[in-house]
Design a protein around this ligand. Structure first.
Ligand SMILES: *[C@@H]1O[C@H](CO)[C@@H](O)[C@H](O)[C@H]1NC(C)=O
Ligand SMILES: *[C@@H]1O[C@H](CO)[C@@H](O)[C@H](O)[C@H]1NC(C)=O
Ligand SMILES: *[C@@H]1O[C@H](CO)[C@@H](O)[C@H](O)[C@H]1NC(C)=O
Ligand SMILES: *[C@@H]1O[C@H](CO)[C@@H](O)[C@H](O)[C@H]1NC(C)=O
Length: 454
């Protein structure tokens, strides 16, 4: 066979049999990210667990109480609970009586998000599904007495077009097997073999998630966690091998270096274009991922702030994963709900500039602050966080030519413009009455037929 024929045969077998990925970072990192993820731009993160019962401080409540002993948490327990109360005693109060997976699914759809990442198990070790590897510390045995992951997966998959994803913590603060492995300087792997890996395989085989968002990796290497073996199976042989995406938190050597998309640190905002797809995982409550009963309004990011972060993230090629923390009863607080619906209302008008967009040559404008760029096909979108104060909007980055047109998304008609000397455009903003403004918070000018810049 000629080399060309051999290549054709190889391509044929790869497409028929699927690609194989070895348990090495080189092989795992070579897998192309399934396209849906980059196109989606917005996901909703949901932190729910036994920590939602005390619902003060954060989802780190147990560790702050008995590990690092944060005064707020230590005093809260001393003042409000009998001395022999244990963290496990909170679990029966994780009642979830108002949890309606379809209501959540509707709300997430209304936000315009295209994927969700639900906490299947946080560092406390409690599983939100009836795991065969967590006999009495799971949502069927104690608390809701329901398969929370299963109900949400079914509602999202059946009744929405949203991709269903799962967060999973590799480590558990107080698991005896984990503590023993740690004591052994991670030269033993009993916790990984008996708990972490069986759980991950069970989650993938049972719920077929399109995202595995790993966390809790940082105390040990990816060799200890057996992450590369798991990812090799996930990408090669699992039931979601063609659609699943993962993040980078697979070991202390992996975060920001290996895996799928990069999350690096929480609220990641690199501020420049990245060679690899990245995600800004952030939360509407500035101080916590889990629900806090005592959060004042000022602790919640405003819709303006959320959209500013989102638009900046997208202009640099990132996705934003925006977190809400439900209550122990299973409701999502109306403040969170309003933020989700606001973002969705904005996307209804401006989604064209966001979904499936790519970064443009400039990320922000060169003369007017708070203007962020995206592009799709040959159109460039200038997204303004401030409505122009005068009758002219001056942009320094675009290069016009005869036939360039300017439109405001959600508003009909073309805007008048003049080329600036050298480069740039002055757009004439006509008087628009308040009830004709297409949206609040941020506005998108679509620039079509610009001159190619190089
Ligand atoms: C747990 O094991 C039982 C019996 O083998 C099986 O029917 C069930 O599907 C398993 N549950 C999960 C979540 O994998
Ligand atoms: C999908 O929505 C319908 C109508 O609201 C509801 O009856 C059904 O139970 C939902 N399906 C799932 C799997 O949640
Ligand atoms: C773990 O490492 C520490 C520090 O290097 C050492 O003192 C200790 O003996 C080691 N423990 C085991 C079980 O190897
Ligand atoms: C655009 O962003 C760069 C880098 O953050 C910044 O230095 C510059 O001032 C911004 N441009 C405007 C007009 O705000």
């Amino acid at each position: 066979m000629s080399p060309r024929t051999v290549l054709t045969f190889c391509a044929f077998f790869v497409s028929v049999l699927g690609a194989r990925y070895d348990p090495t970072w080189d092989s795992i990192d070579s897998r192309p990210l399934p396209a849906w993820y980059d196109e989606a731009k917005l996901g909703i993160f949901i932190h729910w667990g036994v920590f939602s019962v005390p619902s003060i401080n954060s989802e780190w409540f147990w560790e702050r109480w008995l590990g690092s002993r944060t005064p707020e948490v230590v005093n809260f327990m001393k003042n409000n609970y009998r001395p022999d109360f244990t963290y496990a005693d909170f679990a029966p109060q994780f009642t979830a009586e108002f949890f309606d997976a379809n209501q959540w699914a509707d709300m997430f759809s209304a936000s315009g998000a295209e994927y969700v990442v639900f906490v299947s198990k946080h560092h406390e070790g409690y599983t939100n599904w009836p795991s065969n590897h967590s006999f009495n510390w799971n949502s069927m045995a104690v608390g809701p007495k329901r398969d929370i992951v299963g109900e949400l997966a079914a509602a999202i998959k059946t009744n929405t077009s949203i991709h269903f994803g799962l967060y999973h913590s590799l480590f558990e603060w107080f698991h005896p097997l984990y503590l023993q492995d740690k004591e052994n300087n991670f030269s033993t792997q009993n916790f990984v073999i008996d708990k972490t890996m069986p759980e991950l395989y069970e989650l993938v085989n049972t719920y077929k998630p399109d995202v595995i968002w790993s966390d809790g990796d940082w105390e040990a290497s990816s060799d200890y966690w057996q992450s590369k073996q798991f990812l090799s199976w996930l990408y090669t042989d699992s039931p979601v091998k063609d659609t699943v995406v993962t993040n980078d938190r697979w070991g202390s050597d992996s975060t920001c270096h290996h895996g799928g998309f990069f999350t690096c640190q929480d609220r990641y905002q690199p501020g420049k274009l990245q060679p690899r797809k990245w995600e800004n995982a952030m939360t509407i409550d500035k101080r916590s991922w889990g629900y806090r009963r005592n959060a004042p309004l000022s602790d919640y990011l405003s819709t303006q702030e959320l959209l500013a972060t989102f638009i900046e993230t997208v202009s640099f090629g990132g996705n934003m994963l925006m977190n809400v923390g439900p209550t122990k009863e299973g409701t999502i607080h109306p403040i969170f709900e309003e933020r989700l619906r606001d973002v969705g209302a904005w996307l209804n008008v401006n989604g064209e500039a966001i979904r499936s967009s790519r970064p443009w040559t400039s990320q922000n404008d060169t003369i007017t602050p708070h203007v962020w760029y995206t592009m799709k096909n040959s159109d460039v979108y200038a997204i303004l966080l401030d409505w122009p104060t005068g009758s002219t909007l001056s942009l320094g980055a675009p290069m016009t030519q005869t036939g360039t047109t300017v439109q405001l998304l959600g508003y009909s008609g073309n805007f008048m413009w003049k080329a600036r000397s050298g480069r740039g455009i002055d757009i004439t903003i006509p008087p628009i009455s308040a009830n004709k403004i297409p949206c609040k918070w941020a506005w998108t000018f679509k620039l079509s037929g610009l001159a190619t810049m190089y």
